[in-house]
Design a protein around this ligand. Structure first.
Ligand code: TMP
Length: 211
């Protein structure tokens, strides 16, 4: 995060079905209790334009979408979100919790699609404008468990419809990324109970909370 920003930026990452949304709601309540104004957002999405881009990216009729197109569309949605929502919120001292951020591109496009992690971050360097989360929570879950959960909830989108080995590369990719940046990315076993996971998240968030 840039030096002149007063807020807190936390991203939540993990394979599809890892329970990010539930944990984001609990974290929101915790931070509100600490007196923060909270902005919750998601990627791809979080602005009118970015939600439109999301519909294109996840449309399961677009089986022909190239990996580079996909990567650039995620970056475009992100650029709009950073400019319109994340940057102003951080400048105003708010706490931003994002359901996915640039690490999703590093893992899904960089590792699982095979574009390379460096390429994924390079593509995104304009989009994020120097803004990175202070803390990233990685909810670690076997790919099969996540996809089974998703199947029970709703119709699968273009990414969720990928074969299981793609989702295994995602799950493994997150573990690898977390091991490369252990100060920022904290891994939590997402097969634990909702309350236990929340407790671990609070342990990591507490030092960031301004007294
Ligand atoms: P969601 O279902 O968690 O909202 O995320 C949408 C899908 O997009 C999910 O399968 C992960 C994927 N994704 C990427 O491949 N790259 C990205 O940069 C982001 C933000 C999401």
């Amino acid at each position: 995060m840039q030096e002149n920003m007063k807020g807190i930026f936390i991203s939540m990452e993990g394979p599809d079905g890892s329970g990010k949304s539930t944990q984001i709601e609990l974290l929101k309540a915790y931070l509100e209790d600490k007196g923060y104004e909270i902005i919750i957002t998601r990627e791809p999405g979080g602005t009118v334009i970015s939600e439109d881009i999301r519909r294109i990216i996840l449309n399961k009729d677009y089986a022909e979408m190239g990996y580079m197109t996909e990567a650039l569309l995620y970056a475009s949605a992100r650029a709009q979100l950073v400019t319109e929502v994340i940057k102003p919120a951080l400048e105003a001292g708010k706490a931003v919790i994002s359901d996915r951020f640039v690490d999703s591109s590093a893992v899904y496009q960089g590792m699982a699609r095979g574009l390379g992690v460096e390429t994924a971050y390079q593509i995104n360097s304009y989009a994020i404008q120097g803004i990175m989360p202070q803390l990233t929570i990685h909810l670690d879950l076997p790919a099969q468990v996540g996809i089974s959960r998703k199947k029970n909830q709703a119709e699968l989108d273009r990414m969720e419809l990928e074969a299981i080995d793609f989702h295994e590369r995602v799950a493994e990719g997150y573990r690898k990324l977390a091991s490369l940046d252990p100060d920022r990315i904290k891994t939590i076993d997402a097969t634990m109970s909702i309350d236990d996971i929340h407790g671990k998240i609070v342990d990591y968030v507490e030092p960031l909370v301004k007294k």
